[in-house]
Ligand binder design. Structure first.
Ligand code: NAP
Length: 248
């Protein structure tokens, strides 16, 4: 348990899955959390209700992270109103599965816009108030496939693999200002994103995973809670695998 009281956090893609668990975990530990979503306001309301049930608070903040000007304006307005922004968790992400021979440029553009451009320009917007406060925590959610690769996920893996270099560069640019930038790379986690996996594929993944099970969103949220804490001030530019040992 880390004390995040007094911190304002923005978690993107927090209406469902891993993002929801991160929002609830940070709120439970005292952070005030802006719950970002793209279209699913009803699900985001459920996240906010779960945060409040855990003793925390925050608000909904809907915008499409790939719409970088809108996203930057939302961050600016939020940090003005809250007197700063200490924590950014760039979790919003999409996946389009396709073997390389079936890859389509328009699908890759969509993946790049959300997973890469959305993360980079949100980080840009967040760094300003963080520099002012000489405190900041940026965490980007990548994937085990960034490093491991996965048949059918060439496009997705390419977008997720970029986040390591992105966060390491931010870590170098702003380390002296009290800002850390890290990546959490989850293995296969039970969410809507993996709901379409067939029984056979699921069984195979579990067999490949030393921990013997798929991940839970809370497994990932616990790692994020550490990285955004005061205690993690000397951990920056790192990629933390949270994958049940799938990739060691
Ligand atoms: P999910 O269940 O599909 O939820 C995706 C979330 O992202 C939703 O809250 C969605 O909002 C939001 N979102 C999507 N596009 C957005 C956009 N353009 N702007 C703002 N929000 C957007 O996904 P998940 O499984 O929790 O995955 C979360 C992150 O972890 C992703 O980056 C994913 O790539 C990564 N990851 C997942 C797994 C896994 O096994 N599940 C493994 C490794 C990494 P709406 O509800 O409004 O649509």
């Amino acid at each position: 348990m880390f004390d995040l009281k007094g911190r304002t956090a923005l978690v993107t893609g927090a209406s469902r899955g891993i993002g929801r668990a991160i929002a609830v975990t940070l709120a439970r530990q005292g952070a005030w959390v802006a719950v970002n979503y793209a279209t699913n306001a009803a699900a985001a309301e459920e996240t906010l209700a779960a945060m409040r049930a855990a003793g925390g608070d925050g608000e909904l903040l809907g915008f499409d992270v790939s719409d970088v000007n809108v996203a930057a304006a939302a961050v600016e307005e939020l940090s003005k109103r809250r007197g700063g922004l200490g924590i950014l968790v760039a979790n919003a992400g999409i996946n389009v599965d396709a073997l390389l021979l079936r890859a389509q440029p328009e699908d890759f553009d969509r993946l790049l816009a959300t997973n890469v451009k959305g993360t980079l320009f949100l980080a840009k917007a967040a760094v300003r108030p963080m520099m002012k406060a000489r405190f900041g925590r940026i965490v980007a959610i990548s994937s085990v496939v960034a490093d491991m690769g996965n048949a059918g996920q060439t496009m997705y893996a390419a977008t997720k693999a970029s986040l390591g270099g992105m966060m390491r560069s931010i870590a170098r640019e702003y380390g002296a200002r009290g800002i850390t930038a890290n990546v959490v790379a989850p293995g296969f986690v039970e969410t809507d994103m993996t709901a379409s996996l067939g029984d056979e594929a699921r069984k195979k993944l579990v067999e490949m995973t030393p921990a013997g099970r798929m991940g839970r969103p809370e497994d990932v949220a616990a790692a994020v809670a550490y990285l955004v804490s005061d205690e993690a001030s000397w951990v920056t530019g790192q990629v933390l695998g949270v994958n049940g040992g799938l990739r060691t």
